[in-house]
Design a binder for this molecule. Structure first.
Ligand code: ADP
Length: 210
Protein backbone atom coordinates (compact mmCIF):
# COMPACT_ATOMS: atom_id res chain seq x y z
CA UNK A 1 0.00 0.00 0.00
CA UNK A 2 1.35 3.43 -0.97
CA UNK A 3 -0.08 6.53 0.68
CA UNK A 4 0.48 10.23 0.11
CA UNK A 5 0.01 12.41 3.19
CA UNK A 6 -0.04 16.09 2.35
CA UNK A 7 -0.99 19.40 3.90
CA UNK A 8 0.56 22.77 4.67
CA UNK A 9 3.66 23.11 6.84
CA UNK A 10 2.80 22.27 10.44
CA UNK A 11 -0.25 20.17 9.55
CA UNK A 12 1.21 17.17 11.39
CA UNK A 13 2.06 15.05 8.35
CA UNK A 14 5.34 13.87 9.81
CA UNK A 15 3.84 12.83 13.15
CA UNK A 16 0.96 11.01 11.49
CA UNK A 17 3.12 9.41 8.81
CA UNK A 18 5.36 7.93 11.49
CA UNK A 19 2.44 6.28 13.29
CA UNK A 20 0.74 5.03 10.14
CA UNK A 21 4.02 3.55 8.88
CA UNK A 22 4.38 1.63 12.16
CA UNK A 23 0.73 0.45 12.13
CA UNK A 24 0.92 -0.95 8.60
CA UNK A 25 4.61 -1.92 8.35
CA UNK A 26 5.24 0.72 5.69
CA UNK A 27 8.33 2.86 5.09
CA UNK A 28 7.96 6.48 6.19
CA UNK A 29 9.56 8.51 3.43
CA UNK A 30 9.91 12.11 4.63
CA UNK A 31 11.48 13.81 1.63
CA UNK A 32 12.69 16.73 3.78
CA UNK A 33 14.31 14.32 6.22
CA UNK A 34 15.98 12.28 3.47
CA UNK A 35 17.42 15.50 2.05
CA UNK A 36 18.64 16.63 5.47
CA UNK A 37 20.39 13.25 5.86
CA UNK A 38 22.21 13.89 2.55
CA UNK A 39 23.33 17.31 3.83
CA UNK A 40 24.57 15.86 7.09
CA UNK A 41 26.50 13.12 5.28
CA UNK A 42 27.96 15.77 2.92
CA UNK A 43 27.05 13.72 -0.18
CA UNK A 44 27.05 15.34 -3.67
CA UNK A 45 23.22 15.62 -3.39
CA UNK A 46 23.58 17.16 0.06
CA UNK A 47 25.99 19.80 -1.24
CA UNK A 48 23.63 20.66 -4.08
CA UNK A 49 20.50 21.07 -1.94
CA UNK A 50 21.80 22.77 1.20
CA UNK A 51 21.40 26.41 0.12
CA UNK A 52 18.13 25.71 -1.73
CA UNK A 53 16.56 24.20 1.37
CA UNK A 54 17.82 26.95 3.66
CA UNK A 55 15.85 29.42 1.47
CA UNK A 56 12.70 27.30 1.69
CA UNK A 57 12.67 26.55 -2.06
CA UNK A 58 12.02 23.21 -3.78
CA UNK A 59 15.02 21.09 -4.73
CA UNK A 60 15.23 19.91 -8.40
CA UNK A 61 12.89 17.12 -9.49
CA UNK A 62 15.78 14.84 -10.58
CA UNK A 63 16.93 14.69 -6.98
CA UNK A 64 13.54 13.83 -5.46
CA UNK A 65 12.98 11.20 -8.18
CA UNK A 66 16.33 9.62 -7.43
CA UNK A 67 15.56 9.47 -3.71
CA UNK A 68 12.05 8.03 -4.24
CA UNK A 69 13.42 5.25 -6.45
CA UNK A 70 16.29 4.49 -4.08
CA UNK A 71 13.87 4.10 -1.15
CA UNK A 72 11.41 1.98 -3.14
CA UNK A 73 14.16 -0.60 -3.66
CA UNK A 74 14.84 -1.09 0.05
CA UNK A 75 13.51 -4.23 1.68
CA UNK A 76 11.98 -2.01 4.41
CA UNK A 77 9.61 -0.56 1.83
CA UNK A 78 8.42 -3.92 0.49
CA UNK A 79 4.95 -3.49 2.00
CA UNK A 80 4.69 0.06 0.73
CA UNK A 81 5.54 3.66 1.51
CA UNK A 82 3.93 6.58 3.33
CA UNK A 83 5.02 9.60 1.31
CA UNK A 84 5.41 12.68 3.49
CA UNK A 85 6.35 15.88 1.68
CA UNK A 86 6.31 14.24 -1.76
CA UNK A 87 5.09 14.99 -4.40
CA UNK A 88 5.09 18.78 -4.08
CA UNK A 89 4.84 19.86 -7.72
CA UNK A 90 3.19 18.73 -10.98
CA UNK A 91 6.56 17.46 -12.27
CA UNK A 92 7.04 15.33 -9.16
CA UNK A 93 3.53 13.97 -9.42
CA UNK A 94 4.06 13.05 -13.09
CA UNK A 95 7.12 11.03 -12.10
CA UNK A 96 5.39 9.42 -9.17
CA UNK A 97 2.26 8.53 -11.11
CA UNK A 98 4.42 6.74 -13.66
CA UNK A 99 6.44 4.79 -11.12
CA UNK A 100 4.13 4.08 -8.18
CA UNK A 101 0.57 2.91 -7.65
CA UNK A 102 -0.99 5.21 -5.06
CA UNK A 103 -3.85 3.83 -2.94
CA UNK A 104 -4.75 6.96 -0.97
CA UNK A 105 -3.89 10.67 -0.93
CA UNK A 106 -4.88 12.21 2.38
CA UNK A 107 -4.87 15.93 2.97
CA UNK A 108 -4.49 17.34 6.47
CA UNK A 109 -6.28 20.65 6.16
CA UNK A 110 -5.07 23.59 8.27
CA UNK A 111 -5.57 27.36 8.25
CA UNK A 112 -2.65 29.62 7.35
CA UNK A 113 -2.71 31.19 10.83
CA UNK A 114 -2.50 27.85 12.63
CA UNK A 115 0.19 26.68 10.25
CA UNK A 116 2.45 29.64 11.07
CA UNK A 117 1.76 29.23 14.83
CA UNK A 118 2.68 25.58 14.80
CA UNK A 119 5.90 25.98 12.84
CA UNK A 120 7.05 28.80 15.08
CA UNK A 121 6.78 26.43 18.06
CA UNK A 122 8.32 23.43 16.27
CA UNK A 123 11.64 22.07 17.54
CA UNK A 124 13.69 19.31 15.91
CA UNK A 125 16.33 16.83 17.03
CA UNK A 126 19.50 17.54 15.00
CA UNK A 127 20.51 13.87 15.32
CA UNK A 128 17.42 11.80 14.46
CA UNK A 129 15.24 14.49 12.88
CA UNK A 130 12.27 13.83 15.18
CA UNK A 131 9.92 16.80 15.47
CA UNK A 132 8.46 18.16 18.69
CA UNK A 133 6.19 21.07 19.40
CA UNK A 134 6.43 23.39 22.39
CA UNK A 135 2.62 23.37 22.68
CA UNK A 136 1.23 20.16 21.12
CA UNK A 137 3.95 17.53 21.31
CA UNK A 138 6.38 18.29 24.10
CA UNK A 139 9.46 16.16 24.75
CA UNK A 140 9.58 14.37 28.13
CA UNK A 141 12.35 16.72 29.29
CA UNK A 142 12.05 20.32 28.05
CA UNK A 143 14.41 21.04 25.15
CA UNK A 144 15.80 17.49 24.94
CA UNK A 145 15.10 14.69 22.39
CA UNK A 146 13.37 11.69 24.03
CA UNK A 147 15.33 9.27 21.85
CA UNK A 148 18.84 10.71 21.59
CA UNK A 149 19.00 13.08 24.58
CA UNK A 150 20.28 15.72 22.11
CA UNK A 151 19.45 19.40 22.59
CA UNK A 152 16.52 20.31 20.31
CA UNK A 153 16.99 23.08 17.74
CA UNK A 154 14.83 25.31 15.55
CA UNK A 155 15.41 24.44 11.87
CA UNK A 156 16.92 27.29 9.84
CA UNK A 157 13.99 27.13 7.40
CA UNK A 158 11.50 27.43 10.27
CA UNK A 159 12.12 31.21 10.50
CA UNK A 160 9.36 33.67 9.38
CA UNK A 161 10.67 34.57 5.89
CA UNK A 162 11.39 30.97 4.91
CA UNK A 163 8.09 29.73 6.35
CA UNK A 164 6.25 32.26 4.17
CA UNK A 165 8.11 31.04 1.08
CA UNK A 166 7.32 27.37 1.85
CA UNK A 167 3.64 28.13 2.40
CA UNK A 168 3.49 30.03 -0.91
CA UNK A 169 4.97 27.03 -2.71
CA UNK A 170 2.53 24.73 -0.95
CA UNK A 171 -0.48 26.74 -2.12
CA UNK A 172 0.76 27.32 -5.66
CA UNK A 173 2.31 23.93 -6.46
CA UNK A 174 1.30 21.20 -4.03
CA UNK A 175 -2.34 21.99 -3.25
CA UNK A 176 -3.38 21.99 -6.94
CA UNK A 177 -2.37 18.30 -7.12
CA UNK A 178 -5.65 17.64 -5.30
CA UNK A 179 -7.39 17.81 -8.66
CA UNK A 180 -5.27 14.94 -9.94
CA UNK A 181 -6.00 12.81 -6.87
CA UNK A 182 -9.68 13.57 -7.22
CA UNK A 183 -9.65 12.34 -10.81
CA UNK A 184 -8.16 9.05 -9.61
CA UNK A 185 -10.70 8.89 -6.74
CA UNK A 186 -7.99 8.54 -4.12
CA UNK A 187 -8.44 11.89 -2.34
CA UNK A 188 -9.63 12.24 1.27
CA UNK A 189 -9.57 15.41 3.37
CA UNK A 190 -9.17 15.50 7.15
CA UNK A 191 -9.41 18.43 9.55
CA UNK A 192 -5.78 18.85 10.64
CA UNK A 193 -6.73 21.19 13.49
CA UNK A 194 -8.08 18.31 15.56
CA UNK A 195 -5.98 16.54 18.20
CA UNK A 196 -3.17 14.23 17.08
CA UNK A 197 -5.20 11.20 18.27
CA UNK A 198 -8.37 12.24 16.42
CA UNK A 199 -6.47 12.86 13.18
CA UNK A 200 -4.89 9.42 13.53
CA UNK A 201 -8.31 7.78 14.02
CA UNK A 202 -9.64 9.55 10.92
CA UNK A 203 -6.70 8.37 8.81
CA UNK A 204 -7.07 4.79 10.09
CA UNK A 205 -10.77 4.82 9.07
CA UNK A 206 -9.87 5.86 5.52
CA UNK A 207 -7.16 3.21 5.22
CA UNK A 208 -9.41 0.44 6.49
CA UNK A 209 -11.55 0.87 3.40
CA UNK A 210 -8.54 0.36 1.08
P1 ADP B 1 7.97 21.23 5.42
O1 ADP B 1 6.99 20.23 4.91
O2 ADP B 1 7.57 21.76 6.75
O3 ADP B 1 8.30 22.30 4.43
P2 ADP B 1 10.14 19.34 5.08
O4 ADP B 1 11.11 18.87 6.09
O5 ADP B 1 9.19 18.33 4.54
O6 ADP B 1 9.36 20.53 5.75
O7 ADP B 1 10.92 19.99 3.86
C1 ADP B 1 11.94 20.92 4.06
C2 ADP B 1 12.55 21.38 2.74
O8 ADP B 1 13.09 20.27 2.00
C3 ADP B 1 11.59 22.05 1.76
O9 ADP B 1 11.36 23.40 2.06
C4 ADP B 1 12.38 21.85 0.42
O10 ADP B 1 13.46 22.74 0.34
C5 ADP B 1 12.95 20.46 0.59
N1 ADP B 1 11.99 19.46 0.10
C6 ADP B 1 11.31 18.55 0.86
N2 ADP B 1 10.50 17.79 0.10
C7 ADP B 1 10.67 18.22 -1.18
C8 ADP B 1 10.13 17.87 -2.43
N3 ADP B 1 9.22 16.89 -2.56
N4 ADP B 1 10.54 18.54 -3.53
C9 ADP B 1 11.46 19.49 -3.46
N5 ADP B 1 12.02 19.91 -2.31
C10 ADP B 1 11.64 19.28 -1.17
Amino acid sequence: MNIILFGPQGSGKGTQAETIAKDYGLYHLSMGEELRKEIKAKTPIGKKVESIMAKGELVPVEITSQIAIKISKLKESKKGIVFDGYPRSPEQWAFMNKNFKIDAAIELDLSEKESVNRIASRRTCPKCGKNYNLIYLKPKVAGICDVDKEKLIQRNDDKPKEIKKRLEIYHSQTEPLKKEYQKLKILSIIDGEQSIEKVHTDIAKILKKK
